[in-house]
Design a protein around this ligand. Structure first.
Ligand code: ATP
Length: 234
């Protein structure tokens, strides 16, 4: 479904990604793990059209998408849930959700879409009338994910969804990612919570200094001595 080949990208004179190649198949949960500053967010931003790919190719459903405008990439069916939630704090939860359906095809059916999304996120329904800024961090994260689902994505990209959540909420968040995948949406997940992520993922890539150094199934990476030493502390 998504294919990156030898992608390089950076900011100004600094090159952050070098020769990054990765694949996400339809229906898979694929993860990218790596230390702070390894280039995970930059990878996601490059494939969403926010950072320019300087070299290499990005294909979605066999068509080139590298360096299309971000809204054109959303229109193809790729939506990213950004790190740090980025809700509109003074708008209600419902208003935030409806803004997620800005894609032309999603807009026409946004009320029906809202019902579908709320079935997946029953807790969010209880908060519809509340201002987003008044929710707890965990609730805000759920709303951010629900808002991403409002654009009816085929590929949903998560950038560190468990960041700043308590252990119990981290479990709930991973459960939500699982439910999103079960609903038929393909998932690309960047996470610092390596153990949970590899348990959940079908496949994963290890990114170090802007380069993919290792890849395999979630189980293979969990067993890898390098992953265990560098990311799991044993
Ligand atoms: P983290 O988990 O800390 O978010 P990451 O793996 O997602 O790490 P990136 O955010 O992709 O890493 O950052 C990779 C490198 O690019 C870092 O050295 C960072 O300082 C640099 N970088 C990120 N954003 C910018 C920017 N807007 N301008 C210049 N340099 C940037």
């Amino acid at each position: 479904m998504l294919k990156l080949r030898n992608v390089s990208a950076g900011y100004g004179k600094s090159e952050v990604l070098r020769d990054v190649s990765l694949d996400v198949g339809e229906g898979e949960i694929v993860t990218v793990i790596g230390a702070n500053g390894a280039g995970k967010t930059t990878t996601l931003k490059t494939l969403c059209g926010i950072v320019r790919a300087r070299d290499g190719s990005i294909e979605f459903d066999g068509e080139p998408i590298a360096n299309l405008a971000p809204h054109a990439i959303v229109a193809r069916g790729i939506t990213m849930i950004p790190e740090g939630r980025q809700l509109f704090p003074f708008l209600t939860v419902e208003e935030n959700l409806l803004m997620g359906a800005f894609k032309h095809s999603a807009r026409a059916q946004r009320r029906e879409r809202l019902e579908d999304v709320l079935t997946l996120f029953p807790r969010v329904r209880e908060r519809l009338a509340q201002r987003a800024g008044s929710l707890s961090g965990g609730e805000q994260q759920m709303v951010a994910i629900a808002r991403g689902m409002m654009s009816a994505p085929r590929l949903l990209i998560f950038d560190e969804p468990s960041l700043g959540l308590s252990p119990l909420l981290v479990e709930q968040m991973f459960d939500v990612v699982r439910r999103v995948a079960q609903s038929g949406v393909t998932v690309l997940l960047v996470e610092q919570n390596v153990f949970h992520t590899l348990k959940l993922a079908d496949r994963g890539y290890v990114l170090e200094n802007g380069t993919v150094t290792l890849s395999g199934t979630g189980a293979e990476l969990l067993d890898s001595p390098h992953v265990r030493r560098a990311y799991l502390g044993h």
